[in-house]
Design a protein around this ligand. Structure first.
Ligand code: S3P
Ligand code: PEP
Length: 438
């Protein structure tokens, strides 16, 4: 994947494609944590291989976990005694920055945690405070953010803790995933504005239970009992959030896209695409081949509260900019703390192409307007690349800045995108010269 600007291809005909997608980032990184803390070796089948998951693999290895890649691409994870000293690079991965420190607290020795400059601005304070309250030693120089050093003794007392997780559901998920290994388990109580991303919390609870942990939930309270995490085979589903831009291409071009292997039941938030795209006018059907979305060529805007499925916002905002009627996307103030301030970034970049997007206190209002080509900046945000590619299908001349940043969760993106597109109509054969005509 080049690390330079990429001219987004414009569709010359309706797409008609089946697009197999790599594994879910969220499931892969949860499976790696649970496998690393398990009572024996586990296998992670069809894991995602991307910057976020490779950072998780490297972090766990640095703490003493053996992780071997099999020829199939599956990962064999053999837990070891967790120990520092170690340096963990979280990159810009929310799942690494919130899921790894509770594991580091279980290690003996010092674990230094840092990441990309932007990672130092993402919400971390509540999980640092919580880990301290649960018995971990953390030196953060009073920043309540990265970089910090976890000074582990080989055990975490655990117990009850109250946090404000309105900034990110991952603050809760991180505490829960390691909690069976805390001496007293954990009771996490949330106090504050609502926690976003409910499906991701359900994913955490479900995967813990699949590993044999005893988890109870009530409104804004999660309890995990101390006990073993069972080694097992984790089969990773395709990343349904990464399906958004491909399925969206069916709407934009009035074509058809099928994503094979769409699970019949899942905790992934991307499953909400069925309803969201249908609300915009797509025909959505599932069958043995996977999930199929068909567009008619015309589609409407969207009025939706995306609080539970915030990571779908950039692609839905791109669709909104191309829709037939205005859109209002709400419940997503927490996106200001994602890879970039996504509300500001989307407004800037859609408007730079001639669009009419504006920020609401908790979301976006987007009115469709004819767009023109130009540079689309991506702010180290993989989903800004995905959003821009979708705009480029309909708007000639969209140049995507630093397309390689999409490798955070989908390194093969440009290839997959190009293979989804119908081949450009071939040029007519050159007229034969009088001599050739004979
Ligand atoms: O737990 C997870 O795997 C995730 C939770 C969500 O985070 P927030 O709750 O911070 O939005 C989501 O946006 C992110 O992409 C992945
Ligand atoms: C918000 C996202 O990622 P992260 O796991 O870094 O929070 C995302 O993938 O949209």
């Amino acid at each position: 994947m080049p690390s330079t600007h990429w001219p987004a291809p414009t569709a010359t005909a309706p797409v008609d494609a089946t697009v197999p997608l790599p594994g879910s980032k969220s499931m892969t990184n949860r499976a790696l944590i649970l496998a690393a803390l398990a009572d024996g070796p586990s296998t992670v089948v069809r894991p995602l291989r991307s910057r976020d998951t490779l950072l998780m693999v490297a972090a766990l290895r640095s703490l003493g976990v053996r992780i071997e890649e099999e020829p199939s691409g599956d990962l064999r994870v053999t837990p070891g005694e967790l120990a520092g000293p170690a340096r963990v690079d979280v990159g810009l991965a929310g799942t690494v920055m919130r899921f790894l420190p509770p594991v580091a607290a279980l290690a003996r020795g010092e674990v230094a945690v840092d990441g990309d400059p932007r990672s130092r601005e993402r919400p971390m304070g509540p999980i640092i405070e919580a880990l301290r309250a649960l018995g971990a030693g953390i030196d953060d120089g009073g920043r309540a953010a990265m970089p910090f050093t976890v000074r582990g003794t080989g055990a975490v007392a655990g117990g009850a803790v109250t946090i404000d997780a309105s900034g990110s559901s991952q603050l809760v998920s991180g505490l829960l995933l390691a909690a069976p290994r805390f001496d007293k388990g954990v009771e996490v109580r949330h106090e504050g504005p609502p926690v976003p991303s409910a499906p991701h919390l359900a994913m955490t609870v479900e995967m813990l239970r699949e590993a044999g942990a005893v988890v109870e939930t009530a409104e804004n309270v999660w309890r995990v009992a101390p006990g073993p995490i069972r080694a097992r085979e984790w089969v990773i589903e395709p990343d349904l959030s990464n399906a958004a831009q491909f399925l969206g291409a069916a709407l934009v071009t009035g074509g058809r896209v099928t994503v094979p292997g769409w699970p019949a039941r899942t905790t992934q938030p991307g499953d909400a695409l069925r309803g969201l795209l249908a609300a915009m006018g797509a025909e959505v059907s599932d069958g043995p081949d996977g999930l199929t979305v068909r567009g008619t060529g015309a589609f409407t805007g969207l009025e939706a509260d995306l609080h539970e499925v915030g990571e779908l916002t950039p692609v839905l905002a791109a669709l909104a900019a191309l829709a037939g009627t205005p859109s209002r996307l709400t419940g997503i103030a927490h996106l200001r703390g994602h890879e970039t301030d996504r509300l500001a970034a989307l407004v800037n970049e859609i408007n730079a192409l001639g669009g009419d997007a504006r920020e609401l206190p908790d979301g976006l209002e987007i009115r469709p307007r004819p767009l023109h080509g130009g540079l689309f900046r991506t702010y180290d945000d993989h989903r800004m690349v995905m959003a821009a590619a979708l705009l480029g299908l309909a708007v000639p001349g969209v140049e995507i800045e630093n397309v390689a940043t999409v490798g955070k969760t989908l390194p093969g993106f440009t290839g997959l995108w190009e293979s989804m597109l119908p081949a450009a109509p071939s040029a007519p054969p050159p007229a034969a010269s009088p001599k050739e005509r004979g």
